[in-house]
Design a protein around this ligand. Structure first.
Ligand code: THG
Length: 369
């Protein structure tokens, strides 16, 4: 596959860490929330093995925050998500599908409850701020909505706990998954959560003070030497094996959360009011007609830059592959596909054409590992 340069401009925003990761050898960018998101530091497989064994620091500033505060902020946040937040606590993160009135996915952010009337919606790649502002205006809500200057640094990998303990002390290792707290560094307070877009363990540092954030960035690499720290980024192999869904790739506004297996985060039997609730109840009653599933393909290589059809013996389309990568663990291509309901059974076989060659594949459960 031929690659092309990204032409930088103001619209395609840099992050405070861009010059650092460029000095450290970033080799590819993606674009996320109109911002540069590193996509590779050399070999994807080398980074995959390194992430599973050591510790990496990721510039994920593209995971932008939409801050919603004010008297009606709780009402607005709840209106946007099908997850019941009525019993949510300050200091916790919540993975929440955001849906529209037709139950189509708008985004799948992590929502942080900062205070009773203050929230950060840590968004995937779509303009949630416009949706939130539209809803607030239409409902006459008393809220303030803006994008704060927050640039997340993720520290991921099994050695992230030791590295973070070295810098912030024992207390940070006692934090529970998806909770957050504040930690002092270089004269500034940093919100740090135990979260991140890998299943290798770690933290996310919500840097609000760029100056101390950059000192912290350098400190992570200095203190990380003994843990073999490297710069990294969300890894396609690791995230597919772990089934961390990617909005815009695995699902978009044409899919509802039940089709995407997000049932755990859909609360239809509570009193809370959210957009698309009636529609989702209808979907649940009728049953979904397709589902996001794992697939394994007997191939050694794939590049998925658009959906690729999956067909049966009669050459009819039974689904589409939305993400895929060669997994060195399974020694074949693994991927995430939307399959028509009759075909989303485990071990269902299919055919797929990759660069003109036809390969056999099999449906399986998510996550792979
Ligand atoms: N961290 C932060 N913001 C983000 C992401 C992140 N915004 C964009 C994107 N990632 C949002 N998507 C996801 C998808 C999955 C998870 C987090 C963000 C995730 N899921 C866990 C899982 O699936 O096992 C746990 C979810 C739970 O049970 O609560 O971590 O990574 N700040």
């Amino acid at each position: 596959m031929k690659n092309y340069f990204v032409a930088k401009s103001r619209r395609l925003r840099s992050t405070p860490y861009t010059s650092r990761i460029e000095n450290q050898g970033v080799t590819a960018y993606s674009v996320y929330n109109h911002m540069l998101l590193p996509a590779a530091f050399g070999s994807l497989e080398d980074s995959y093995y390194h992430l599973k064994e050591h510790v990496q620091v990721w510039d994920v500033a593209g995971e932008r925050q939409v801050e919603i505060s004010g008297k009606d902020s709780g009402k607005l946040v709840q209106l946007m998500t099908c997850r019941d937040l009525s019993k949510s606590n300050v200091g916790r993160c919540y993975y929440c599908p955001i849906i529209d009135d037709k139950a189509g996915l708008i985004n799948d952010p992590v929502i942080l409850k900062l205070g009773e009337d203050r929230w950060w919606v840590s968004i995937a790649d779509s303009d949630v701020i416009l949706f939130a502002k539209g809803l607030a205006i239409g409902n006459n809500f008393d809220v303030n909505i803006f994008e704060p200057n927050v640039d997340i640094l993720a520290v991921q990998g099994p050695k992230s706990f030791k590295l973070m303990e070295n810098i912030f002390g024992k207390k940070i290792t006692q934090m529970k998954f998806f909770s957050f707290d504040y930690f002092e560094f270089a004269g500034a307070k940093h919100l740090i959560a135990r979260s991140g877009w890998s299943k290798q363990g770690g933290y996310e540092i919500y840097v609000e003070n760029t100056e101390s954030g950059l000192v912290l960035y350098d400190k992570l690499f200095e203190a990380g030497k003994e843990f073999n720290v490297k710069p990294g980024c969300p890894n396609l192999i690791e995230r597919i094996e772990s089934a961390l869904l990617s909005y815009g790739n695995d699902m978009d506004n044409n899919d509802n959360p039940l089709e995407c297996g997000l049932d755990k985060y859909v609360n239809l039997d509570t009193e809370v009011n959210f957009l698309g609730k009636e529609k989702l109840k209808e979907v649940r009653k009728k049953g979904i007609t397709r589902k996001l599933m794992g697939v394994m393909i007997e191939a050694k290589e794939i590049n998925v830059s658009k959906s690729i059809n999956l067909t049966n013996d009669k050459n009819s389309k039974i689904g589409e592959l939305r993400s895929g990568v060669y997994s060195p663990h399974f020694k074949k291509v693994i991927g995430i596909a939307m399959l028509d309901k009759p075909y989303c059974e485990i071990s269902q076989t299919f055919k797929i054409s990759i660069n003109g060659d036809v390969f056999e594949g099999k449906v399986c459960d998510l996550p792979f590992i």
